[in-house]
Design a protein. Sequence first.
Length: 78
Amino acid sequence: MATPSGQQPAQPHGQPPTIIINSSSSAAASSVSGLGGAGLRRRRQSLWAHFWLLMFTAGIGNVFYWMHVSRWNRDRGL
């Protein structure tokens, strides 16, 4: 049975499918993210980043890295 162009084939009428939403995992995830200021954590200085910056930039990279991390924490009130 062919349908004319531009028309959708007839849909059988009946009960719509049952949709089950398991919201226990999303509820648990949202409660965990609410801890600690909505998931924001203070950024820490990395010892290894400072070491490699000292080796490759003679220490000037350490100043810029320190300023970057400090500004990131200050902008977020941490």
